[in-house]
Design a protein. Structure first.
Length: 219
């Protein structure tokens, strides 16, 4: 199947900026206590209900969140569209498994995962393809499995033609929590928590509100 234009652009963009991106964001969680608390709560729920089973981060980038969740006791794997990002994640976190992959066509059997994390990765999926991706999240999660979805809040799309001195074509689709929640409901999830917060002081991320939704595939 031919690769979609947005996938090609996203892969090429992150391949170009992988080193600089990883350097800028490698300690982002250190200055984000609320994010760490949400990740810890997700890890605790997954461990409580599913002491076995793989947890997958889709769009894992340089592996920071995957490694953090591993330290919290989850059996983590990361996938990313960008081979350069995967190479960095393997270099910096050799104890973990990272793969090149497409979150809209996950190489996992139905109902095989106990948890799935989309930490600022759904923002790169344009609206016409977004429901298919969320449906794929539901397919691979076992009954009772959890999904954690983080995204920038808004109604606009930030487009970058340049980043870290490199020519890129990257789109960041800001999303409304109600829109993401409705997409999760349509896929068959129940949304059990949502948090919307202002950016953390000193964050390297864009200065817009951020949201995290926790969803569960019903048993």
């Amino acid at each position: 199947m031919a690769e979609a234009a947005h996938q090609h652009a996203t892969r090429a963009g992150y391949d170009a900026i992988a080193e600089q991106y990883a350097e800028l964001f490698h300690a982002e969680l250190d200055a984000a206590p609320l994010d760490r608390a949400l990740l810890a709560a997700f890890a605790e729920m997954v461990r409580r209900d599913h002491p076995d089973g793989e947890v997958l981060e889709v769009g894992s980038g340089p592996g920071t969140v995957t490694a953090h969740l591993h330290e919290l006791g989850l059996p983590m794997t990361g996938i990313d569209l960008s081979p350069a990002m995967v190479a960095l994640a393997r270099r910096d976190h050799p104890q973990l498994s990272f793969e090149v992959g497409d979150m809209g066509a996950l190489d996992r059997p139905d109902g095989s995962l106990s948890g799935l994390v989309g930490w600022y990765s759904l923002i790169h999926v344009p609206a016409p393809e977004r429901q298919q991706v969320v449906d794929e999240f539901h397919r691979v999660l076992r009954p009772g499995g959890y999904a954690l979805i983080a995204f920038q809040v808004g109604d606009d799309t930030l487009h970058l033609d340049e980043a870290f001195g490199h020519a890129v074509s990257l789109d960041f689709h800001r999303l409304q929590p109600d829109v993401v929640a409705e997409s999760l409901h349509r896929a068959g999830f129940e949304v059990i928590a949502r948090v919307v917060r202002a950016p953390e002081a000193g964050s390297a991320a864009s200065e817009v509100s951020q949201a995290v939704l926790v969803a569960r595939r019903p048993s």
